[in-house]
Design a protein around this ligand. Structure first.
Ligand SMILES: [Zn+2]
Length: 533
C-alpha cells in the first residue's frame, strides 16, 4: 500500500485537471472516497482467493463454476446489491479432471509432468503399455499402422527444441511497447480472414487421426503442447505472444463439449522435456513402456435453460435508473489450475468496484450492473448470449429497446497487472471523455486511452453490436509467458497492489460513467453487427 499516494495529495494533483463545477455526483470529494475505500479497505485479493482456490477450476458447466456463481451472488446480496440473479444459456457438457498420472517405466522409471487435454475421455483404468511413435502426416501414412496400435500409447509429434529461459518472462510495457499500443495499426492485406487452407487441412487430418486411433483401439495419445515458437501471431500486439516451457504446460482440446461429437482417444499433454525424452529413446531404437491413467468426468447439460451461467447484479440508479453502466469479466477458467489470473483477478476487481460504491452508500444516477460471464473460453459465449438477449440479435438483425440505454461497458481480462489505460476501439468520440475520467487515477498508474481496437474477450460482442464496450489496458507481467491457459495459473501469481489498483480504477470509471451528464458516444452501428468473432 505504501506506493499509493495519500488521498489529500491526490486531490491536489487532480484538482487542476477537473473543472471547478463538476457534474452532479462527480465532485472530487466523492471520487476521493471511492479511491480510499478501494485502496485502503480492498477485499479484491480475498475475492480472488475464494475463486481461485475454493471454487476452482471454474470450467463452464462444472460444479465448481456453479459454486463460484452462487458464491458471487451471495456476496452481491450481502453487500446490498439488487437483482442478483443468474442467466443461463445452452453450452453442452462440462468436464473435470478426476485423476491423472503418467510414468515412464522402461528403460527406467520417471515421473512425467502432464495434464489431460480438455474434454478428453478416460483411459480404462491405469494403462501399462508400450509407446509407439506414429509418424504420419497423411491418411496413407496413417494406414501403414493398421493393426499395430491396439492397447498402445501413441505419440505423433516430433521432438521440439526447448529454448533456455533467457528472454523476457515478465512483460512490462516499456516505451516501445507503449508506442505500439497507442497507434492504430494499418491492417496488412489479407489479415484476419480466418484459418488458412493449410490450417484447415491440418484440422481435417487431426479428425482422421482421432477416427483411426479410436477404431484401432489405441489406449491413449500423448502430445507435448506448443509454445509461441510454433504458433506465432494470434495476439493483438506483436510483443505479447510469448509462452515458455520449463514445466509449465498449455494443453489444448482433446474432445468436444457436444455429447454427440465423434469419440476421441484419451489424450494428455506432457511437459515438452519429458515428451522429447520418450521420442528420442524410440527414435534410437530403445523401447519405451509407460503407465498412464487419465480419469475425467463429463457433466451432462441437465437444466433445460442450459448449464452455462452468467451472474448479474445491480446498484440501482436514481434519476437515470433506466440507463445502465456495465462492468464485466469472465468467471470461467481453463480446467488445469485455479484460473487465478484468467480471470479470477478481473472478476474480483469488478466485484470490488461495485462493493466499494455500495459500501459508501453512494447512489449513482444510472444503474451500475456487474456481469460475470460464462464460457468466454469457448468463444465469448456468455457475453454473446447476453448481448443477443438484451441488446441486439445478430441472427434477426433486431435492435432491442435496452440497446439505447447502455451508457458504457467496461471489461477486465488480461491478468493481474495494473490498469494503464483503455483500448478505445476506434471510438474517437469516447476517447476524450475516457481520458478525462482517467485523470482521476493518473497517480495510480493510469496513462492514456488508445485509439486501438483489441479482440478476444467479452467487450467484443458489445462493440460488434454498436455499443460502447471497452477493455482496460493492463500490464501483462507473466500472463502470456506463464499463467494464461496454463497449468500454473495459480493464486501465487496474483500481484496484490496491482489488483487493488484494478478495483479502484474500475470503481472510478463506473462512477464517472454512471453520473456523467451524457452516455458515452457511440461509433456508427455496424451494417451487419454481431457477425463473426
Ligand atoms: Zn480470460
Amino acid at each position: 500500500m505504501k506506493r499509493f499516494l495519500p488521498v489529500a495529495l491526490f486531490v491536489v494533483l487532480v484538482a487542476a485537471t477537473l473543472s471547478a463545477q463538476a457534474p452532479q455526483g462527480l465532485d472530487l470529494a466523492t471520487i476521493g472516497r471511492i479511491r480510499t475505500e478501494a485502496i485502503q479497505r480492498s477485499q479484491a485479493v480475498d475475492h480472488v482467493w475464494w475463486l481461485s482456490e475454493v471454487h476452482a477450476p471454474r470450467a463452464t458447466g462444472t460444479p465448481a463454476f456453479q459454486q463460484a456463481s452462487e458464491w458471487a451472488m451471495k456476496r452481491f446480496t450481502e453487500w446490498g446489491l439488487q437483482n442478483a440473479h443468474q442467466e443461463r444459456f445452452p453450452f453442452g457438457q462440462g468436464w473435470t479432471i478426476e485423476r491423472f498420472s503418467a510414468h515412464m517405466v522402461a528403460p527406467h522409471a520417471q515421473v512425467l509432468v502432464g495434464q489431460p487435454r480438455w474434454n478428453s475421455p478416460s483411459t480404462t483404468g491405469a494403462v501399462l503399455s508400450e509407446v509407439v511413435h506414429v509418424k504420419a502426416t497423411s491418411d496413407a501414412e496413417l494406414a501403414k499402422y493398421k493393426g499395430q496400435l491396439r492397447g498402445k500409447i501413441v505419440v505423433m509429434q516430433p521432438v521440439r527444441a526447448v529454448r533456455m529461459l533467457d528472454g523476457r518472462i515478465i512483460l512490462r510495457m516499456g516505451e516501445k511497447e507503449w508506442d505500439e499500443a497507442m497507434h492504430t495499426p494499418i491492417a496488412a492485406a489479407g489479415a484476419g480472414g480466418g484459418p488458412s487452407a493449410a490450417q484447415r487441412a491440418a484440422q481435417v487430418f487431426q479428425e482422421s487421426v482421432q477416427q483411426f486411433l479410436v477404431s484401432e483401439g489405441a489406449a491413449a495419445l500423448l502430445e507435448r503442447g506448443s509454445n509461441s515458437d510454433e504458433t506465432p501471431g494470434g495476439s493483438d500486439l506483436s510483443w505479447m505472444q510469448q509462452r515458455v516451457d520449463g514445466g509449465t504446460i498449455f494443453p489444448t482440446n482433446g474432445g468436444a463439449r457436444d455429447p454427440k461429437a465423434p469419440a476421441q482417444v484419451p489424450s494428455a499433454t506432457l511437459a515438452v522435456e519429458h515428451y522429447n525424452r520418450i521420442v528420442r529413446l524410440i527414435e534410437r531404437g530403445q523401447p519405451v513402456r509407460m503407465e498412464v491413467n487419465i480419469q475425467t468426468k463429463f457433466h451432462p447439460e441437465t437444466d433445460p435453460a442450459g448449464n452455462a451461467i452468467n451472474t448479474i447484479a445491480e446498484i440501482p440508479g436514481t434519476d437515470l435508473a433506466n440507463e445502465v453502466v456495465m462492468l464485466g469479466a469472465h468467471l470461467d477458467s481453463y480446467p488445469y489450475a485455479g484460473g487465478a489470473t484468467d480471470n479470477a483477478t478481473g472478476s474480483a476487481a469488478m466485484m470490488e468496484a461495485v462493493r466499494v460504491i455500495q459500501a459508501l452508500g453512494l447512489r449513482p444516477r444510472r444503474t451500475i450492473r456487474v456481469a460475470l460471464w460464462a464460457a468466454e473460453e469457448q468463444g465469448l459465449l456468455g457475453s454473446r448470449a447476453y448481448v443477443q438477449r438484451h441488446f441486439y440479435d445478430a441472427a434477426t438483425g433486431t435492435v432491442k429497446p435496452e440497446h439505447r440505454n447502455l451508457a458504457a461497458y467496461f471489461n477486465l481480462d488480461n491478468g493481474t497487472g495494473r490498469i494503464l489505460g483503455v483500448w478505445g476501439q476506434g471510438n474517437l468520440g469516447a476517447i476524450t471523455l475516457l481520458e478525462q475520467w482517467g485523470d482521476a487515477v493518473k497517480d495510480l498508474g493510469f496513462k492514456a486511452v488508445s485509439p486501438r481496437s483489441v479482440t478476444s474477450t467479452d467487450h467484443v460482442p458489445f462493440d460488434q453490436a454498436g455499443l460502447p464496450g471497452f477493455q482496460f489496458i493492463q500490464e501483462r507481467l507473466e500472463y502470456q509467458s506463464r499463467t494464461h491457459h496454463s497449468s500454473m495459473d495459480t493464486f501465487d501469481h496474483v500481484q496484490r497492489e496491482d489488483l487493488t489498483q484494478q478495483g479502484a480504477v474500475a470503481a472510478v470509471f463506473a462512477w464517472y460513467a454512471a453520473n456523467w451528464p451524457e452516455k458515452l458516444p457511440r461509433k456508427a452501428m455496424p451494417a451487419r453487427a454481431g457477425t463473426g468473432q
